[in-house]
Write a protein that binds this ligand. Structure first.
Ligand SMILES: O=C(O)C(=O)Cc1ccccc1
Length: 306
């Protein structure tokens, strides 16, 4: 059976891969840290890894992008987006006032994944301005730590599945500051994956490194796509880590590598003496909330007082 490495049970990544797979059965292998998720497919222990790479509010997940580029050589085989509708989770009875109402200002520490905390900044500032913030390897790990530490006034930001997995209370739901909050995930592996779901299109991700001392090089790279009417969905510069001021460009094109237009564009870019490294050419799946049993969208956010 296909084995897929993913962050712990109850993490956003776990919900997201469940959603992508639907009824398709695969064995999920859970790891505490994203570096272990990467290594697992790199060493052949699993066939694929689930990696969150971009978020509506926080932008690129730089650590994960850097691992994809510098630490492993594993192709992107699918991408999809999934909503991050986070919840505040804790031991409810710790935060009740004398009237039996939930008082979130009693919370002393909020723990979560570093991508989830910035998504809920305003909510945290408004309801628990004095709480300390602490990053964990995943939202699910934060829930687990809170579960094991009753009486300390700690709370976690995490998923419904995380609260259910660790049998902890949801204190407030939909606590992200912007409700149109999605995360883009990629499935990386050494072979294409057959999914039952129908893709909405194809994408190709590529790294382009410009030659030194070449005025207008980026302009010419972009022209190779533009005049062929190839749409780009993302472009980002990242340090090569070789010397200060040296960057590569991560570019996503909304086209499959089977397109002759795209291969011609890459040939043109290489003729400009740029280095082209293809990270993957893969199907892209749209989000359809009618297919999602975990979906909390549509619920009004707020503190749960009953
Ligand atoms: O920590 C998790 O649950 C993850 O899967 C990483 C993450 C965190 C926040 C938004 C999307 C993914």
């Amino acid at each position: 059976m296909t084995r897929i490495a993913v962050l712990p049970e109850g993490s956003v990544s776990h919900e997201a891969v469940d959603y992508l797979l639907g009824d398709q059965s695969c064995e999920l292998v859970h790891y505490q840290q994203i570096t272990e998720v990467f290594r697992s497919t790199d060493s052949g222990n699993t066939d694929y890894s689930v990696i969150p790479i971009e978020n509506t509010i926080d932008g690129s997940v730089s650590l994960h992008m850097d691992w994809l580029v510098h630490e492993v050589d594993i192709a992107m085989q699918a991408e999809w987006i999934y909503p991050s509708i986070q919840n505040l989770i804790g031991h409810r009875k710790e935060f009740l006032d004398q009237a039996g109402q939930l008082d979130l200002s009693k919370i002393t520490k909020v723990m979560s994944h570093p991508v989830a905390l910035p998504q809920c900044q305003q909510f945290i500032r408004e309801h628990m301005p004095h709480a300390e913030l602490e990053s964990t390897g995943s939202t699910a790990e934060a829930v687990k730590i809170v579960k094991r530490s009753p009486g300390k006034g700690w709370a976690a930001i995490g998923t419904r599945l995380g609260a259910a997995t660790h049998d902890l209370d949801i204190l407030a739901e939909g606590v992200t500051d912007h409700h149109n909050n999605f995360t883009r995930f990629v499935l990386i592996g050494h072979h294409p994956i057959e999914l039952q779901r129908k893709p909405k299109g194809y994408r190709t991700s590529v790294l382009v490194t410009l030659p030194e001392d070449f005025p207008g090089a980026l302009h010419q790279v972009l022209s190779a796509f533009a005049w062929r009417r190839l749409n780009l969905s993302r472009i980002e510069s990242r340090p090569t880590k070789r010397q200060l001021g040296s960057y590569y460009f991560y570019i996503e094109v909304m086209e499959s590598l089977e397109s002759v237009l795209l291969t011609a564009a890459f040939a043109e870019i290489e003729a400009l003496k740029c280095q082209v490294r293809i990270l993957g050419s893969y199907p892209s799946y749209a989000y359809d909330k009618t297919l999602n049993s975990c979906d909390e969208a549509g619920k009004s956010g707020g503190v749960l007082n009953d």
